[in-house]
Design a protein around this ligand. Sequence first.
Ligand code: NAP
Length: 279
Amino acid sequence: MKHKKFGSTGHDVSVIGQGTWYLDRGDRRAAVAALRRGLDLGMTHIDTAEMYGDAELVIAEAIAGRRDETYLVSKVLPSNASRRGTIAACERSLARLKTDRLDCYLLHWRGSFSFSETVDAFEQLVKAGKIRSWGVSNFDADDLDELLDVAGEGKMACNQVFYHLQERAIEHAVIPWCAKHNVAVVAYSPFGHNDFPDQRSKGGAVLQTIAKRHGALVRQIALAFLARDPRVFPIPKASNAEHAAENAAAGDLVLSADDIAALESGFPRGPKPRSLPML
Ligand code: NAP
């Protein structure tokens, strides 16, 4: 598994990480086994959120005894993101995850509390050693500008956004903004959540041709495409160990310039939408 610098944190983080939304809904033992297999294969970045029900409890089980090898990220809900609410939400997540610190803590999406309240809370948590860094999720370039005015350069570690082959809107303004300010881009729902390209579609045919050339699976090609940018970290969610292993193997795939050009034309970026797409 390759690693890349995670924005201004300077930490080396696995190119492919592990999502956990809905991981608490199915077979719990299989979910724990999937996360552990992912860790064994180097997918050490694990993403969760207070919103994801019992996913934090599933993670606690999976990372027991392995906390130091995990890059653990959770998120505060916007409705809790006041100065005191953020700190209380973080404490709850730490307790559920059975850990004493998060590697990164994110504001899940922009809500009604002022950025200064949330940023103050994040900075207090950093000082207390409860989080190592903080970031945001679902922020468009104009939101990032506003946050930068409040927080200053070098403070936000990442922006976690919706990004997959059929949804490339962040390439217009968000990725360039993050590149300019050394902010990592975490690609959520990298398989489109439940909307992976149909193999009979034009793009699906391109994916299959490239997968065949690499002796790889189409989903591995999809992950490698998103991770082609040195700043982007896809976080697929897998509920079984076999899927986790397949996803981890994508971390070593390198696409050629021709592969990338073919995928870019098979899955056109499209015009910039008025607002940032999100799930
Ligand atoms: P996703 O990762 O795009 O897709 C998950 C689906 O792909 C599941 O049905 C999964 O099946 C399947 N899958 C995974 N690996 C596979 C493989 N190797 N072969 C075949 N199928 C495979 O969807 P997501 O869960 O929405 O996104 C990933 C993570 O991003 C989330 O879990 C969450 O951590 C994060 N997220 C963040 C936000 C935000 O607002 N910040 C929003 C959405 C998601 P199985 O489960 O059966 O393996």
